[in-house]
Design a binder for this molecule. Structure first.
Ligand code: SF4
Ligand code: SF4
Length: 336
C-alpha cells in the first residue's frame, strides 16, 4: 500500500454513539458497528496523510482499523482525496406529504375513493392501509382498483386473516397490482415470512399469528425495522423519522399526524383537499423533532437508521422522550 490517504466511501455515513458507533453503508443498506476510538482517527484521515495520523495517535491499531474498513469495502486508499467529495445530506421532496397511514375497521364508514382523491391533493405517493377486521376479497380488489390512476405508487397492506383468501390469491394480488410493496396478514394460524415475485421485484409477504386489533400496536422500535438508506439517513438528520410529511386517517376518518396521536385536524369525509391542513404550523409541529433532540436517542448510534414514535407519551414528553416501545439502551449498547 503506497497511497497516502484513506477515505470512507461517500455513501458510508459514520454515526457516533455514546458507547459505540456505526458506519451506515447507505448503498448496500448495511450497518457496521465500530469502536468510538475510530472516530477521531477517521476525522483526522479526512485531511491528513495516513503516516501523519499514525504518528499523532501512536497507535498500531490504526492499520488494523484500515484493514477492517478495506475488507468490508467501506473505504479506499487514494493519493487524491480532494477529488472525492461528500454526498450532500440535504433532504427535500416535491411532495407535500410523502406517506400516509389509513386505518379501517368494521365501524369505519368513510369512502376510499374520496380518501385517495384527497391524498392526491398533497401528492402523497406511499400509503399503508391497516385493516383491523376481516374484509372480503371483492372489497379488497375494489379498493386496489381505486388506486389505479392515482399518484400513489407504493402500497403496504395490513390485512386480517381471512380463510377464504388463499396464499395463491395474495400471489395474484402482488403480481397484478404492482403498487403493492408488502403485505402482512395478521391473526393468521401460522407465522411465515416470504417474498412473492412480481415482474419487477420480490415483495415482502408475512403471515403472523399476532392479532392486531387497533392502532396501538404501532411504534415498535426494532433492528428489523431499521432503514439504512441515504434518504432515511438524511431525512433523520433534519426531520422526525416517523412523522415528517406523514398524514394519518384513523378508523373514524379523523385526519391526524398519525392515527395513534390524539390531535385531529378535521374529518376526511368533510374535506376535499388536504392542502390547508398540512400547511398548518400546528400540523407540522412534530415534523422538526429530530433524534438529536430526543433523550437517549441523541447519543444512540442508530439515530439515523431507526424510526421514531411520538405516540404513547404525554404532551410534556412529546418533543423530548425516547419512544416508549424502544428497548435499547445506548449508554450500555444493549437491547433489553
Ligand atoms: S408516531 Fe408512533 S404510532 Fe404514530 S405512526 Fe409513528 S410509530 Fe406509529
Ligand atoms: S434509543 Fe431506541 S429509539 Fe432512540 S435511536 Fe436508539 S434505537 Fe432508536
Amino acid at each position: 500500500m503506497n497511497k497516502k490517504y484513506f477515505k470512507l466511501f461517500a455513501n458510508c455515513k459514520l454515526v457516533e454513539g455514546y458507547k459505540r458507533s456505526v458506519i451506515v453503508d447507505t448503498q448496500r443498506n448495511e450497518i457496521f458497528h465500530v469502536s468510538n476510538s475510530l472516530i477521531p482517527i477517521l476525522t483526522s484521515l479526512n485531511d491528513s496523510p495516513i503516516a501523519d495520523v499514525k504518528i499523532t495517535y501512536e497507535s498500531d491499531d490504526i492499520q488494523e482499523y484500515l484493514d477492517f474498513l478495506i475488507a468490508n469495502e467501506l473505504g479506499f486508499y487514494t493519493d487524491t482525496p480532494n477529488l472525492f467529495t461528500d454526498i450532500d445530506t440535504k433532504w427535500d421532496s416535491p411532495d407535500q406529504i410523502t406517506n400516509a397511514i389509513i386505518d379501517y375497521n368494521k365501524s369505519s364508514n368513510y369512502d376510499f375513493k374520496h380518501v385517495f382523491n384527497t391524498l392526491d391533493t398533497v401528492n402523497c405517493t406511499t400509503i399503508q392501509i391497516r385493516f383491523f377486521d376481516r374484509i372480503s376479497w371483492t372489497f379488497l380488489l375494489d379498493i386496489l382498483d381505486l388506486i389505479k390512476g392515482k399518484r400513489i405508487s407504493s402500497v403496504e397492506l395490513l390485512l386480517k386473516y381471512n380463510p377464504e383468501i388463499s396464499f395463491e390469491d395474495y400471489r395474484y394480488l402482488v403480481q397484478n397490482y404492482l403498487r403493492i410493496k408488502g403485505m402482512v396478514i395478521h391473526g393468521s394460524p401460522k407465522d411465515v415470512v416470504t417474498r412473492l415475485a412480481t415482474a419487477r421485484n420480490k415483495e415482502k409477504f408475512v403471515y403472523t399469528d399476532q392479532t392486531i386489533t387497533d392502532q396501538t400496536h404501532c411504534g415498535i422500535i426494532s433492528t428489523s425495522l431499521f432503514a439504512p438508506t441515504l434518504l432515511h439517513h438524511n431525512e433523520s438528520l433534519y426531520f422526525n423519522s416517523c412523522l415528517h410529511r406523514k398524514i394519518g386517517v384513523d378508523v373514524n376518518g379523523n385526519i391526524k399526524n398519525c392515527p395513534t396521536l390524539e390531535d385531529s385536524y378535521g374529518n376526511i369525509k368533510e374535506v376535499s383537499s388536504l392542502k390547508e391542513i398540512v400547511e398548518l404550523a400546528s400540523f407540522q409541529e412534530l415534523w422538526g423533532v429530530t433524534k438529536n433532540q430526543i433523550d437517549e436517542c441523541k447519543v444512540c448510534e442508530y439515530r439515523t437508521v431507526c424510526s421514531d414514535c411520538r405516540a404513547h407519551m404525554s404532551k410534556d414528553e412529546i418533543k423530548t422522550a425516547k419512544p416508549k416501545k424502544c428497548n435499547y439502551n445506548p449508554y450500555e449498547a444493549k437491547w433489553f
